[in-house]
Design a protein around this ligand. Structure first.
Ligand SMILES: [Zn+2]
Length: 401
């Protein structure tokens, strides 16, 4: 198969590249032709809370000086209380129980409809069944603490124990510096004092951090996940990306849940671009590809198309001559094809027909003039929500009604 515009890595674009699609489902002799569309590695969403993908955002429109205050207020918000009809929180956060799968699976679709094949779901570690239940990679290997200031209130061990059990083989993830006051400022010294700023540390947010701290993070080889939409909603201020990049910090991008963040990674990219209009689009693209693969300890098949044998693939409509601006400008309907581990996940019906797939395993719907397919049955999940609530609930990350 020939890819007219193949983004191999953020540094390398090859025109008319010959590759092989490795898929047990591809019909023999079938020719895949993506025209002059762009081929990318599927995108990586480095921060979400799948169980928290409810809408509208929880808050009363004011900004908070730190997110610990929001976490408490959020639990009393109308949106949170409405979501509790679907999944009443019992404080255990066991996401394989009850109706949690409705919310977590729809949360995964949020990323599928924006071209992702990997998500970091920040929550206490779940059992293997949870991670195996999704059609794309909800990353299993990680350790975490909610924050240094609040600890693991949602379950899990102490920060130190969690980091120790990561054994430097997987990321250690925590929210830090999500605010502008003393409380937010106390997280980084606590992290240093505990000896937990290491190469596998992935700091979420870092709004309050400044150059000397970015330098320490860079020297440690640690990473920061930027969630601009969530930051602007909750705090009214975001990570100083230019200063962090000047210190060569490995920066990745995440949506956070829709209780505070954007509708999907495409919206997050647009928010990033709006806040930093002069930031090189290639730098932004790195945050959802190679930088993310590094921070999340993913294998070499993620975040690049280096291999000629392709199992993971994202095809986006060619709307802009700059391939990196093209990703930022993309919307759900621009995803023409998304494949994960050789299995078509989402895209235009024309490509579905090139594969031997069981139609009953897929849902088909129209977006504008195009018939789309998506793996699984998200429509059954939205129906279930409507049954429970007794009215039609609109979720902004689900493209069909
Ligand atoms: Zn978060």
């Amino acid at each position: 198969m020939k890819l007219a515009n193949c983004i191999v890595t953020p540094e390398k674009l090859i025109k008319n590249r010959e590759v092989s699609v490795i898929s047990e489902f591809l019909k023999s002799g079938a020719e895949l032709d993506f025209g002059n569309s762009y081929a990318y590695a599927p995108l990586i969403n480095s921060h979400d809370h799948l169980i928290g993908n409810w809408y509208p955002k929880a808050g009363n429109g004011k900004h908070y000086t730190n997110s610990d205050i929001w976490v408490e207020e959020m639990k009393k918000s109308d949106s949170f209380l409405e979501r509790s009809n679907i999944w009443p929180p019992d404080g255990k956060f066991n996401l394989t129980e009850g109706n949690a799968y409705i919310l977590t699976t729809l949360g995964v679709y949020k990323s599928i409809f924006s071209g992702c094949n990997a998500i970091q779901d920040h929550i206490k570690n779940q059992n293997d069944d949870y991670y195996e239940s999704f059609p794309i990679n909800v990353i299993k290997d990680y350790r975490q603490v909610h924050t240094m200031t609040m600890g693991n209130w949602w379950g899990g061990k102490s920060a130190k124990e969690e980091w120790m059990s990561a054994e430097n083989k997987m990321p250690f993830i925590l929210h830090l510096g999500e605010g502008i006051d003393e409380n937010a400022d106390s997280g980084f010294p606590m992290l240093l004092k505990s000896g937990l700023l290491k190469s596998n540390t992935l700091i979420i947010h870092g709004i309050i951090l400044s150059t000397p701290e970015f330098r320490k993070i860079s020297e440690a080889g640690a990473s920061i996940c930027w969630c601009p939409d969530s930051n602007m909603f909750l705090i009214g201020k975001t990570l100083d990306v230019e200063k962090a990049l000047a210190e060569n910090v490995n920066i990745v991008l995440g949506t956070d849940s829709t209780l505070s963040g954007s509708a999907n990674i495409f919206d997050e990219l647009k928010c990033a671009r709006k806040l930093y209009p002069k930031l090189d689009a290639k730098e932004i693209y790195k945050m959802i590809s190679t930088n993310a693969s590094k921070a999340l300890y993913l294998d070499s098949s993620y975040g690049n198309l280096v291999s000629d044998k392709i199992k993971n693939l994202l095809i986006l409509k060619n709307n802009n001559e700059n391939p990196f601006e093209n990703v930022i400008e993309s919307e759900t309907h621009d995803v023409q094809f998304l494949m994960h581990q050789g299995k078509p996940v989402y895209g235009d019906i024309d490509y579905f027909e090139k594969f031997n797939l069981d139609e009953s395993d897929y849902y088909f719907f129209r977006l504008g003039k195009t018939e789309k397919f998506v793996v699984g049955h998200p429509e059954k999940l939205t129906q279930k929500i409507d049954e429970i609530l007794g009215f039609h609930k609109v979720l902004p990350f689900i493209p069909f009604t």
